[in-house]
Design a protein around this ligand. Structure first.
Ligand SMILES: C[S@@+](CC[C@H](N)C(=O)[O-])C[C@H]1O[C@@H](n2cnc3c(N)ncnc32)[C@H](O)[C@@H]1O
Length: 268
């Protein structure tokens, strides 16, 4: 377990994931959100993120931008709220963003495998009464927990450092959807080369239900060693998801991308 999200917190990929997750939670007001790979919940951008400079190219640009579309503004508002002194010293992870966006009675359960990170998660979500931090394998635990709920929203956000993360992410989504076709599952993936992404999509096709793919490409996918973009794959997307994803990916690709960057939203 070498992955540390603190290096990547607030980067362009977090902006895509978090703006769309905020929209999903606000729009559908699920009774429960399961976050298979929750991370620490709150990130201090003055340490690892300052070294990687990924937040500087992501959330810092978001906060400086003028004329943000409403769904990027919604995320910017949340970032501003945890930085009351101004600037961007802290960035909220999916646990805080989700727990605070849920309607009264809505429940957040975050799973985290790494014990010290799970401890940070527990501290980050100690405030909202509706949030829980559980230690363990998020794929298996989310499938078990989903079976005890109705119409959950599930976020699957692996580090993709293990070779089986694509397979396990797809099979987890399929297992949850088979049991409860009213669930919605959002899976974040990096876009490096198209072959890996296509294989992931093929695994879902015909097995999970109607699916929306929202891609934000910062540059053409010519260098497979780089994260050239990212995608949010939403199984059983609610009405309005396509327009929301268009606005989010369009802003990220246009404002943070290079020449040849583009957004694409499609369904299967
Ligand atoms: C990309 S980060 C999560 C970021 C978080 N979802 C957010 O948006 O703020 C992935 C996290 O998953 C954890 N992790 C890795 N494998 C896991 C597994 N099988 N189950 C649960 N957590 C896992 C890592 O320790 C890391 O903290």
């Amino acid at each position: 377990m070498n992955y540390r999200h603190s290096f990547h917190a607030g980067n362009f990929a977090d902006l895509v994931k978090h703006a769309l997750v905020l929209w999903l939670v606000t729009e559908t007001q699920p009774s429960v959100v399961l976050d298979t790979h929750a991370g620490a919940g709150l990130y201090d951008l003055s340490s690892d993120a300052a070294r990687s400079k990924e937040a500087e190219a992501g959330v810092t640009q978001l906060m400086r931008a003028e004329g943000r579309p409403p769904l990027m503004q919604a995320l910017a508002d949340r970032v501003a709220a945890i930085n009351p002194g101004g600037g961007v010293c802290y960035y909220p992870g999916s646990p805080l963003l989700i727990a605070e966006a849920l309607a009264p009675g809505g429940r957040y359960v975050g799973f985290e495998l790494n014990p010290p990170v799970r401890q940070m998660l527990a501290e980050a979500v100690a405030g909202p009464a509706n949030a829980e931090a559980r230690e363990g394998d998020g794929y298996d635990l989310a499938v078990a927990e989903a079976a005890r709920t109705r119409a959950p929203l599930v976020l699957i956000d692996p580090p993709f450092e293990k070779p089986d993360d694509y397979v396990r992410a797809a099979e987890t989504a399929i297992a949850i959807m088979r049991r409860d076709p009213k669930a919605t599952v959002a899976i974040w993936t990096p876009l490096k080369d198209l072959e890996t992404f296509d294989a992931f999509i093929r695994r879902l096709q015909g097995r999970a239900g109607p699916t929306l793919v929202a891609e934000a490409r910062l540059r053409p996918l010519t260098n497979p060693m780089k994260m050239n973009g990212c995608a949010m794959v939403v199984v059983n997307p609610p009405a309005g998801c396509e327009a929301a994803a268009d606005a989010i990916c369009g802003w990220v690709a246009g404002a943070l991308g290079e020449a040849g960057g583009r957004a694409e939203v499609w369904t299967f």
